[in-house]
Design a protein. Structure first.
Length: 300
């Protein structure tokens, strides 16, 4: 179970431990408050492992540990939960490095971990449950780096699902609504990210879009945070069902409003979809250069 420092990972690790399972929970930092909380609240069956999904050495160390402790039994379930995003901005304004980091954690890290554990999962005819995001299915404004990595992850897992059927391995995707997890709902964190983004933008881009444009996106996102759901149980239950149900769903959609969102995405025209996502999430104002041109046209 990856990404147990906070949020879904931490709550699921605790839930599975209470149910009596042997849980291997990976955290970024063994001394983090989340890791210490798991030590306090879980049984000695739970093993905490340090792993940064961007570091092959970390992943290999975790693989060796799990292999040594499950060789005779195989591994019943892998939960790919670790995820990363620290950028809320238009794709043009998001540094290339941010796209790469999202891909490293959300896609390549999960791919390497999954491939490494497949021999153990095959011997047990086990399960793979992966937490992706509706942002990987729909073009949410200002989430291109995160959304693109989750789109790649979702497609990868759908491919695994098809390819691993002969081995008896069942693969499920979890696509949660907006929940309160880790730094995702900390305005101070996002304000700092905004300042760093503004400081890193080339002058020409800053001129074209305007500082107030970036400020407005950040304000709207902080406003959106207020709808985040604190009770994570719907997601934990979906993950658990994916691991234990005789016939788990291929996709789980825990969270409110996802039904209408997917209905609009599948059946209505593009301009309606775009309007809906802007109304629901972030609706940026016009960039500065466009506002100026519009103003000049009106004067003419």
């Amino acid at each position: 179970l990856s990404g147990c420092d906070s949020g879904f990972g931490q709550a699921t690790a605790r839930h599975l431990d209470i149910m009596g399972f042997r849980v291997f929970a990976s955290v970024l930092d063994l001394q983090s408050p989340g890791a210490q909380e798991l030590r306090r609240s879980c049984s000695p069956r739970l093993t905490l492992l340090q792993m940064d999904l961007t570091k092959t050495d970390d992943i290999q160390r975790v693989l060796q540990h799990i292999q040594a402790h499950t060789n005779s039994t195989g591994l019943w379930g892998l939960v790919n939960n670790a995820g990363f995003n620290d950028t809320i901005a238009d794709a043009e304004l998001s540094p290339l490095g941010k796209f790469r980091t999202c891909m490293e954690v959300n896609f390549f890290g999960s791919l390497e971990l999954t491939k490494g554990l497949l021999p153990l999962l095959r011997s047990a005819g086990g399960r793979i449950v992966t937490v992706s995001s509706p942002a990987g299915d729909m073009p949410f404004p200002c989430l291109a780096a995160y959304g693109a990595s989750k789109a790649a992850l979702s497609l990868l897992m759908d491919t695994f699902r098809s390819e691993l059927q002969p081995w008896g391995i069942k693969v499920s995707l979890i696509l949660p609504g907006y929940y309160k997890t880790g730094t995702t709902c900390d305005p101070a964190f996002w304000n700092l990210q905004k300042q760093q983004l503004l400081a890193s933008l080339p002058q020409e881009l800053l001129q074209a879009y305007g500082e107030d444009y970036v400020e407005e996106i950040n304000q709207q996102f902080i406003q959106f945070m207020k709808v985040a759901v604190e009770d994570l149980s719907a997601v934990v239950n979906s993950i658990t069902d994916g691991l234990l149900a005789a016939n788990p769903a291929v996709r789980y959609y825990p969270g409110q409003g996802l039904g209408i969102m997917y209905f609009i995405h599948r059946y209505l025209p593009y301009f309606v979809r775009d309007l809906f996502l802007k109304g629901f999430f972030i609706n940026p104002k016009l960039p500065r250069a466009v506002r100026r041109e519009h103003h000049n046209d009106v004067k003419k």
